[in-house]
Design a protein around this ligand. Sequence first.
Ligand code: 3PG
Ligand code: MG
Length: 461
Amino acid sequence: MLFKTLSNLDDLAYYGKKVLMRVDFNVTIGKENEIGEDYRIRMTIPTIEYLTKRGAKLILMSHLGRPKKTEEMEYKQDDKIQRYSRSGIDINVRKQFSLAPVAKRLSELIQVYNVSFIDDCIGSNVHKEIAKMDRGDILLLENLRFYSGEELNDYNFSKELAKLADIYVNDAFSVSHRKHASMYGAASLFDKKIAGLNLQKELEYLSMVKDNPIKPFILVIGGSKIKDKIGTLENLLPKVDKLLVGGAMAYTFLNANGVRTGDSPIDYDHFQWVKKALLTYRDKIFLPIDHIVTSQSFLKLKKEELSINEKKEGNDNSKVHSLSAATTSLSLASSPSSSISLNKGNIQDGLLGVDIGIETVQQYSSMISQNRHGMIVWIGPMGMFEIGLFRNGTNNIAKSMALAFWRGSKTIIGGGDTLDALKKAEVSELEVTHVSTGGGATLKFLAGDEMPGIEVLNKIN
Ligand code: 3PG
Ligand code: MG
């Protein structure tokens, strides 16, 4: 990569300068404005501290969620910025998608520097607020996506953003696949555009996975959507030694392999791709040999319970999650009805797979934990881990990943869900070599797709 990193500039280059830094503070915010997982916020702190310590005035910008506009504003190139701005967003939407709670969390995390927040991201009020900043101060701007110019990578909106500062920093790897104004258009208007420390770290590990994986290389892939993972699989399948498949996507693989999968969801749109992959890489691809199965009606019941509990207590933190394979088999045997069972081989109609079974857990776990000095990449849960009863497979994969790490493997975990799964399994981030902040961005990067937010850093004005 050609781009500059923070240390390419002398410390003095930051002193008293206004630095506009794109971060990804797209986190979950609860009903009481409480922040869910704050990993993405915490991961930007090294760059924030690097810059504030060197006397920069740090202006942070981010999106949050996908706020719906009450009316899609039509924008014409010669219109004033105000015309397509705040009026398109309903007041309740503005409240729901405000970054104000994130500013509060950030100021708790950063004690020594002053964090403030302004309820806009361009225009005269923002300029006034910036004029008041001292060296080392931090200002978080309001959600960029309140302006349609952000997602349109609009030139005028980009210009307004670029006017705010002297230096541009991207520390938002997880949005770098989006060609949006704050990632691309605005960045391209700066002479000094720099990669932040977290972006650098992400690229270091993920480039290793993509271009130069340490062998033996095991890829563990789960979750439901095959479509999002095809690029990554096409790129990595030739390089992996083993691909361990779990999650809902495993049923499409099994079905394509001639196994009966009952009522499990099958992705017919990508069925032919899966068939071909199975044919080409037959020796490397491992599929579940047994499953936890249940009926649609029991699953529906569990999902309803989950959403009631989530409403009551915020997040589902039920303690069922520390079940080992052995205790699961006990709880299955003693389960009051036949609502859940362990199923080997074909799954009969009326039942669907919701987690990998005990033998699969044992097989996958031992391959992972015995991959000493190799590399293991894990993307996507092994089953419906948000429901405690169907969490055993994912839990055990998380625990085996930790064991592999302690035994000297390089372990890399990607995707929002997988981080959540790690937490539920009580595996700490410190027991993983690298946890990516990205979901979609990580898959795009591993697929070798274009990453506008990174490519723009290489552009010379
Ligand atoms: C993410 O959560 O994947 C990033 O913040 C990007 O968000 P987006 O998918 O809404 O563009
Ligand atoms: Mg996304």
